[in-house]
Design a protein around this ligand. Structure first.
Ligand code: UTP
Length: 305
């Protein structure tokens, strides 16, 4: 069966990005001038997805507004002859069939996915985390769908992370097959560095079979009292084959301040309209910092003498 539907959970508290996330969704944080979620929806569409369900919650109305028509704005852009911008704005509302459902309480990623049960029905589906973007030659989800088309079962997007960071991710225990594919034996959510079976981390992209919903219905809260998707996948792997794919691409965690800053700088440097001036600015501040550091060193050396 073809993968046609995608779920994008975007109902979390975003505590790592407070105070911004007090009344704004982190999924709408801009990377230069485009909201994170728009990058993710574009990836889903470029991967062949036809129907998208966004799991929203409190303070998330800006998401619905962004992907809706904005007639007044369109008229104004038309009146002032800003045709390029007008086309860009219209493209956003024409992007795909986007549906919304509210997760009444953010009880965890597993619970957010469970909210998609009736929308998905009995089909394999994609999950793209609402705060993860991947810059790649081929859309990351498309890479996963191609692996799904071979194995016809759950496929999880993974990459190696530094060993000391394993406690921030779901980690797999797998057997390497070939072509960057692992057969998963087990998964564990945020293990300690000592307990981690590997440093191969789950990074925000999944193709999952609908059997997950029966498991999610019964699963108990795990790490941090949340209903964890990794725990449900851990159950699923006991009854179905499951694979991981080490995808090509640079992944950014926008829910994390460092990840957000790296994405902002790198996406700006990839843009022809910004690159030259921005690079000049970055070079200047690095030079200034280095110079000041040097002057400070000289000054403190002088004090010592
Ligand atoms: P995160 O764990 O990164 O989101 O979940 P969070 O809980 O909002 O972040 P912190 O740790 O408090 O900063 C990954 C994705 O799953 C969604 C989030 O919105 C994010 O896009 N999510 C998480 C839900 O939709 N519901 C939940 O109950 C939890």
């Amino acid at each position: 069966m073809k993968v046609k539907k995608a779920v994008i959970p975007a109902a979390g508290f975003g505590t790592r990005f407070l105070p911004y996330t007090k009344a704004q969704p982190k999924e709408m944080l801009p990377i230069v001038d485009k909201p994170t979620l728009q990058f993710i929806i574009e990836e889903a569409i470029d991967s062949g997805i036809e129907e998208i369900l966004i799991i929203t919650g409190r303070n998330k109305t800006s998401i619905e507004n962004h992907f809706d028509r904005s007639i007044e704005l369109e008229l104004e852009l038309e009146r002032t002859g800003k045709t390029e911008l007008l086309r860009e704005i219209r493209k956003i509302s024409d992007m795909a069939n986007i549906h919304y459902i509210r997760q009444k309480e953010p009880l965890g990623l597993g619970h957010a996915i469970y909210c998609a049960k009736s929308f998905i029905g009995d089909e394999p589906f994609a999950v793209l985390l609402g705060d993860d973007i991947v810059y790649s030659k081929k859309p990351c989800l498309k890479q996963l769908i191609e692996v799904y088309d071979v194995y016809k079962t759950t496929v999880i997007g993974v990459q190696e992370v530094p060993k000391e960071d394993v406690n921030k991710y779901g980690i797999i225990n797998g057997k390497y097959l070939d072509n960057n594919v692992y057969m998963i034996k087990d998964l564990i959510e945020k293990p300690s560095v000592e307990a981690a079976p590997s440093n191969i981390a789950i990074l925000g992209r999944y193709i999952i079979t609908p059997a997950i919903f029966d498991i999610l219905e019964k699963i108990k809260p795990g790490k941090h009292g949340e209903i964890q998707l990794t725990d449900a996948l851990r159950e699923l792997v006991k009854s179905e084959a499951m694979y991981a794919y080490d995808f090509e691409g640079r992944r950014y965690d926008l829910g994390d301040k460092q990840g957000f800053l790296e994405a902002t700088v790198e996406y700006a440097l990839r843009r022809n309209d910004l690159r030259d001036n921005f690079l000049k600015y970055l070079t200047e501040i690095v030079e200034r910092e280095t110079k000041e550091e040097l002057l400070d060193e000289i000054a403190s050396g002088a004090e010592e003498n």
